[in-house]
Design a protein around this ligand. Structure first.
Ligand code: ADP
Ligand code: MG
Ligand code: MG
Length: 255
């Protein structure tokens, strides 16, 4: 079993108006096999948490720890974090012109595993994974995310998840902008990956609709840079009904 432990994490981002502290004392423990849903108002810092854990250079850790099986993630380069088993599906996946999906995935797989995947089984695995995600085989030769629709980008993220087999996956609004069919296909991909490889999931979402497909064990409310409430799946329904107002600082507004 693996454990991801975040302890009293504070982090800032450099903005054009100066440094702004976004994460203000994040504490969380996720074990492999567990699915945690993270819900909270816009601008509360959910993506900042995801990026900080993944090692995005724009986000600077002020204090605190993030440990993966006791190893200090925050001391590692983004590559080393991926190699240690951390995976991030970004809210806004980046386009990489000139790099084909096939080459990107193969390079990422080689990096994460420390050795190149066997050519014949790899091509088969990739083809089958794309087929299950209802991705046109042509996507393999296209540049990463370039000109992909919102839904195609999300599928491409789940394709990576299925192939890279991490220990922990952070899914940042992987359900946003998907129609019902795409939502089901993407959710099935996440569930398949989890069945094959019992990893831990941190799933940032605004909507309970994805939680019907990907069942959370634990639901957290994230507001103003830290977790303010934790509960079972019923907490998601309560949030859908009542919104986040009760968790916001005085005078703030959830838009
Ligand atoms: P959420 O994902 O919960 O909607 P974010 O983590 O994206 O929230 O943003 C939290 C706050 O940090 C927002 O006020 C946002 O504008 C600010 N922020 C995040 N990243 C940056 C950045 N790279 N540059 C400037 N401001 C940022
Ligand atoms: Mg947001
Ligand atoms: Mg976000």
């Amino acid at each position: 079993m693996s454990t991801l432990e975040i302890k009293d994490l504070y982090a800032s981002v450099e903005t054009k108006d100066g440094r702004k502290q976004i994460l203000k004392g994040v504490n969380l423990t996720v074990n492999s096999g567990e699915t945690h849903a993270i819900m909270g108002p816009n601008g509360s810092g959910k993506s900042t948490l995801a990026y900080t854990l993944a090692g995005h250079p724009k986000y600077e850790v002020d204090s605190g720890q993030a440990l993966l099986d006791g190893e200090d993630l925050l001391k590692m380069t983004p590559d080393e974090r991926a190699k240690a088993g951390l995976f991030l599906a970004m809210q806004y996946p980046v386009e990489v012109p000139g790099v084909s999906m096939t080459n990107f995935l193969r390079t990422a797989k080689t990096e994460v595993d420390g050795k190149a995947p066997a050519i014949r089984t790899w091509a088969k695995e990739l083809g089958e994974a794309m087929k299950r995600l209802r991705m046109d085989p042509k996507f393999a030769s296209r540049s990463v995310n370039e000109g992909f629709s919102g839904g195609e980008k999300k599928r491409a993220e789940v394709l990576q998840l299925e192939l890279l087999k991490p220990k922990f996956a952070i899914l940042d609004e992987t359900d946003s902008g998907l129609d019902v069919d795409a939502l089901r296909i993407v959710s099935e991909g996440v569930n398949r990956a989890k069945d094959a490889n019992d990893f831990g999931i941190l799933m940032v979402t605004h909507y309970t609709r994805i939680l019907k497909y990907i069942k959370p064990d634990i639901v957290h409310v994230f507001a103003d840079g830290h977790f303010v409430k934790t509960g079972g799946p019923e907490l998601a329904d309560e949030l859908e009904e009542n919104g986040y107002d009760q968790y916001l600082p005085e005078g703030a507004d959830s838009e």
